[in-house]
Design a protein around this ligand. Sequence first.
Ligand code: MTE
Ligand code: MO
Length: 402
Amino acid sequence: MNTKRNGRRKFLKGSVALAGLAAVRPLSGQTQAGGETEPLSAGLVRAVGERSRFETKRRTWTGSGRVTSSLTPLQDLKGIITPSSLHFERHHANVPDIDPRQHRLLIHGFVDRPLIFTVEDLERLPSVSRIHFVECSGNSANARRGSGTAQGTHGMTSCSEWTGVPLALLLREAGVQPQGKWLVAEGAEAVKMTRSIPIEKAMDDIIVAYGQNGEALRPEQGYPLRLVNPGWEGNTNIKWLRQIKVVDQPYMTRDETSKYSDLMPDGKARQFTFAMDPKSVITSPSGGQQLRGAGFHEITGIAWSGRGAVRRVEVSTDGGATWKDAELQTPVLRMAHTRFRMPWTWDGRETVLQSRCTDEQGGYQPTLAEMLRVRGNAYNYHASFIQAWKINPDGSVLNALV
Ligand SMILES: Nc1nc2c(c(=O)[nH]1)N[C@H]1C(S)=C(S)[C@@H](COP(=O)(O)O)O[C@H]1N2
Ligand SMILES: [Mo]
């Protein structure tokens, strides 16, 4: 028996009139498609498409001058793929302007055969395409510090289909020697961001990617080459990748010592927290949005885990008193955003919406209080806790954690 299908049928039957929605009105003429408005272009086709001028969804950032990160408008996205133009950015220096014909990737260190690849060389090799999120380890820390929208609280995660060559294939070509236990991966930009990565992960699922959502990487995402390190903290996904050195131990670079380590309550710092914890966030309704009246609303959002597939997302519409399983929309992929949905009829009263994620390994998203109890108040990177949105009787939605 297909319970999912029956569930849907029941839902449709039970909601012949979706409470709160306006009845069908006759179309008013001037808004109809088909030749009544000025055409977009004189010609019939455009070599490179652009979105409609009525679409205003955009990345956001704070500050001025040299801004080093921008946030994905999660509340505006549909499905699980982040359009490349809206993928969040995080870079510690400028975005370099690299001519792919001049770019090289060097693999050396404890290997039998040091190798140099051009981008064309890599494109000739057997490739894979996989859908994965990239999430900055600083993502969602701001949820308890005043951000009011899903973009502000969780906008440093994005999900793309990445195409490239498995790093394991390149390392096998080079022939890793027995001393080779770690890699040091380096970017080509001014500050040459560098991270140490255990060789086991490289042999498992890391991709040297040149493609993003069906075309070349965007410059902000590392054009022409980047590492995609499924499920692991964003900064290990080295962009503008130009060098991989096989080494015998981690190199204790800036971005794994003074940055991206986690101060614990006992005064010691955790290092090399690689896999991102299970998380979820309701993107609609979410902070900054406005519900137009009581009645039917679909609750939807995304969930993800750095340790595999999302197994379950539960949603509470009563401030955490009761929880119900949301529907997970297929495909449910490992280390990828997973879309969840739940029908909801709002009675028009003040309430709080929350979601919590459990992954295939049983890891779950704790409450903020639970996380702070275990990890202490100084905890910043790698934060994971349940996001709560407060619905006011006037339909406005606020971050309930601040
Ligand atoms: N070369 C290089 N790679 C880098 C960075 C950088 O500054 N330089 N930033 C890292 C960080 S902190 C993150 S979170 C991800 C962000 O990837 P994105 O900008 O494609 O979203 O890239 C990582 N790779
Ligand atoms: Mo990051």
